[in-house]
Design a protein around this ligand. Structure first.
Ligand code: AMP
Length: 395
């Protein structure tokens, strides 16, 4: 079965065509600057990458360029659209309604739309992606895979905020958590690797990328996670502040004579390790600056490690123990120095890192020593493959 996996942002569209039997990527790519001008980068496996400037006034035209590229005589990978058997859509917010992936029908579309309020930047773009695909491939079955779904197993004590209860009842203000597809994929693999399937297991997943979150997974279910009502909460990230005292928002609005919207924009786009260091949101730049003696870059890196370790510690407490920890995503998979720094904060858990194993990067590997009380692994995440698997399982 060939599954077309679509991840729509407000002005971008990422895609992969995956053969579900071999789990190989047949082609992948990205449309950028949709609604501005438009650029398609198409990477057919085994052939040269194609970059095309095209006029993309909307997502429908972007999908249409992608389908043309996939079926092109020269750089295409399939003969025609009948070779696409299903489409899997990444949807950011499923609210409390979706605890699992679902086959898309009119009722599901209406329910996703009801969640727009909770993710005003993302869900409308996801819906546009669905309707663009439906218009061009009306007969092909489609599945929605939600970023929030995996965390719907959290107990009330983890997801309720200390606010008047009626705000939860009336407005659904609560912790939802994100990166669910990645946390689910990586935790399943980790539980397999430590041989704990169908047994009691307590694992913690550190998804550390531009956006970062930590999740506590007990017996295969998410029981707590660091992102909250929005993906702004929790860890310090590339440009996001993570958790701060909410009173800072009004204080800064007064000091900067700006609106609350503008302060939230600062917390989302100008904060995090970039805001602290004044250097970059990219950890490679920060490592370089820090090694050249830039103190603020060094502080930003240490703050990041400290915060991750704090969440891991608090989740070990939440679950009354932890069997294993996994690092994943751009930083988690590739930055051995950061992994080491985080684990140094966790020595009290009996964690011992094997420096030689930790020095390798970008592949699945155990990085703790044989006598470490908690096993530590690097496990590359693959959200697209997870979406393709979910899509096939449902259809
Ligand atoms: P993501 O959002 O998962 O793509 O992660 C982005 C972050 O991962 C950036 O801060 C990068 O510095 C880091 N990263 C990605 N690839 C590498 C790599 N090959 N080596 C070191 N860091 C990397």
């Amino acid at each position: 079965m060939n599954v077309f996996v679509v991840n729509c942002g407000s002005s971008s569209l990422k895609y992969q065509l995956i053969d579900s039997e071999t789990e190989e990527v047949i082609a992948k790519g990205l449309c950028e600057r949709i609604g501005i001008d438009g650029r398609l980068t198409h990477k057919p496996t085994g052939k040269d990458t194609v970059v095309r400037e095209c006029d993309m006034p909307d997502h429908k035209s972007a999908v249409s360029y992608v389908l043309e590229a996939l079926t092109d005589e020269q750089f295409g990978v399939i003969k025609d659209l009948s070779s696409i058997d299903a489409v899997g859509h990444r949807i950011v917010h499923g609210g409390e309604r979706f605890a699992n992936s679902v086959v898309i029908n009119d009722e599901v579309l209406a329910a996703i739309e009801e969640c727009n309020d909770l993710a005003p930047l993302h869900n409308p773009a996801n819906l546009i992606g669905i309707s663009a695909c439906k218009a061009l491939m009306p007969e092909v079955p489609m599945v929605a895979v939600f970023d929030t779904a995996f965390h719907q197993t959290m107990p009330q004590k983890a997801y309720l905020y200390g606010l008047p209860y009626e705000y939860y009842e009336q407005y659904k203000v609560r912790k939802y958590g994100f990166h669910g597809t990645s946390h689910s994929f990586v935790s399943k693999r980790l539980i397999e690797l430590i041989g704990k399937q169908d047994k009691e297991s307590k694992v913690i997943i550190c998804h550390l990328g531009n956006g970062s979150s930590v999740t506590a997974v007990k017996n295969g279910e998410s029981v707590d996670t660091s992102m909250g009502f929005t993906p702004l909460d929790g860890l310090i990230m590339g440009t996001r502040s993570g958790s701060i005292d909410p009173a800072v928002v009004q204080f800064l609005a007064d000091k900067l004579s700006c609106s609350l919207d503008e302060v939230i924009n600062i917390l989302n786009k100008k904060s995090g390790v970039e805001g602290i260091s004044g250097v970059s949101s990219d950890f490679r730049d920060l490592d370089k600056a820090s090694s050249e003696g830039n103190e603020r870059a060094a502080i930003a890196l240490d703050l990041f490690a400290y915060r991750v370790a704090q969440f891991v510690g608090s989740y070990a407490a939440s679950m009354n123990g932890v069997d294993a920890i996994a690092f994943t995503a751009g930083i988690g998979e590739n930055n051995s120095k950061m992994r080491k720094n985080i684990c140094e904060y966790l020595e009290y858990l009996g964690i011992n890192i094997d420096d030689k194993a930790n020095a390798t990067g970008g592949e699945e590997i155990k990085i703790s020593t044989a006598d470490s009380k908690v096993a530590v692994y690097v496990i590359p995440t693959n959200e697209e493959l997870a979406i393709a698997r979910e899509t096939v399982a449902l259809l």
